[in-house]
Design a protein around this ligand. Structure first.
Ligand code: SAM
Length: 338
């Protein structure tokens, strides 16, 4: 038996639970933050559950932490002492390792210390027991979730928790002059799917305006052919590595085997989008990759995704499917040309 806290994007927890129910038969759930965070009890042990989830990552599960310890809190100063003692007692897990502390709580939690205050106390404890407090690239994460009068505490690697950000909420710094927030989606896809954009040569960006995705690919040194009837942002005009085809995607004629990366972020109906991407397959080189966002327009996202995947699998292998933190009513697919 093992216990977990799962997190999905707001309003998508029921789909994450549905995916987990299929993957881990006998799992049961209680909501901790409606539509977003839930507690799961599953009949398998921790390692077996992690193996099943790792082999078949649920699309809507953004973050997962085990519940290794539970601490009942009172809502006073003794709570932080209790948490610090608990970490001290588990020193064998953290000694000589880079350890990150992630603290979250729901609106009903009586644990009243801010994540920043709690983290600085626990960082001091980690230093005291021979661990190195770390923010980036930790070996192990201490993940704490406060709900009502309990702190649920779990230990795991970023891989096991599906993210190295608290609750999988990936925050990127907004840059000066950034063209669109959409850029964050492509940045997050890079991390989520382990892609290195600089390894590609020539990208086709369909539905590219105003140009957040295009600008990221240009920054990484790619040539980009951007297709959109709308204008690209003024800062991209005249870029030597950019060709803007100011056209509707269904009207363009492209030479065969020209691109090794296709990106598409068009907010279209999923089925039209699949058709369009399949029609562009000839313009892609062998083994080319594609990153596309799929709008979830219907009430049954899991069914929509199944249908889209079946359709796309006639021309592509689906390497990854995930609702990213920066996806709103959509998911992101990572594909390889067959
Ligand atoms: C969500 S925006 C894309 C944002 C972009 N990824 C970025 O980072 O700035 C969707 C774009 O798709 C374009 N679009 C919609 N239908 C299209 C079509 N048939 N052909 C080409 N572009 C289309 C729209 O003009 C719009 O600029």
């Amino acid at each position: 038996m093992s216990e977990w806290i799962g997190t999905a994007n707001q309003q998508y927890a029921s789909y994450a639970m549905e995916e987990l129910r299929r993957l881990l038969p006998g799992a049961s759930f209680t909501q901790l933050a409606p539509g977003e965070v839930f507690r799961m009890v599953c009949p398998m042990g921790k390692e077996e559950a992690l193996g099943l989830i790792g082999a078949n990552p649920p699309i809507f599960l953004r973050h997962l932490q085990p519940i290794d310890r539970e601490l009942v809190v009172k809502g006073d100063a003794s709570d932080l002492d209790g948490l610090a003692d608990l970490i001290r007692n588990d020193r064998s897990i953290f000694g000589n390792r880079r350890t990150a502390v992630h603290i979250r709580r729901n609106s009903g939690s009586i644990f009243h210390y801010t994540p920043a205050d709690s983290k600085s106390v626990l960082d001091a404890v980690l230093a005291e027991i021979g661990s190195e407090p770390a923010v980036q690239q930790p070996d192990v994460i201490i993940s704490v979730y406060g709900a009502d009068n309990v702190l649920y505490i779990g230990f795991g690697t970023p891989r096991e928790m599906l993210s190295d950000w608290p609750g999988g909420a990936v925050r990127f710094q907004r840059e000066e002059g950034q063209i669109s927030r959409a850029k964050f989606k492509l940045l997050e896809a890079e991390r989520a799917f382990g892609i290195r954009y600089e390894e590609f040569g020539h990208a086709l960006d369909i539905g590219a305006a105003p140009g957040g995705w295009t600008s990221l690919l240009l920054e990484r040194g790619l040539r980009v052919t951007a297709v959109d009837p709308a204008d690209m942002h003024a800062s991209l005009k005249g870029h030597p590595a950019l060709l803007h085809l100011k056209q509707n995607a269904s009207d363009i004629k492209l030479a065969a085997a020209s691109f090794d990366l296709l990106v598409c972020d068009m907010s279209w109906s999923p089925m039209l989008m699949s058709r369009l991407v399949l029609d562009l397959n000839d313009a892609l080189k062998r083994d080319a990759k594609a990153i596309i966002t799929i709008k979830l327009m219907h009430k049954k996202p899991l069914q929509t995704i199944r249908e889209v995947k079946e359709r796309l699998e006639t021309g592509f292998v689906v390497l990854g499917a995930k609702q990213l933190f920066h996806n709103r009513e959509e998911i992101t697919l990572f594909l390889k040309k067959k």
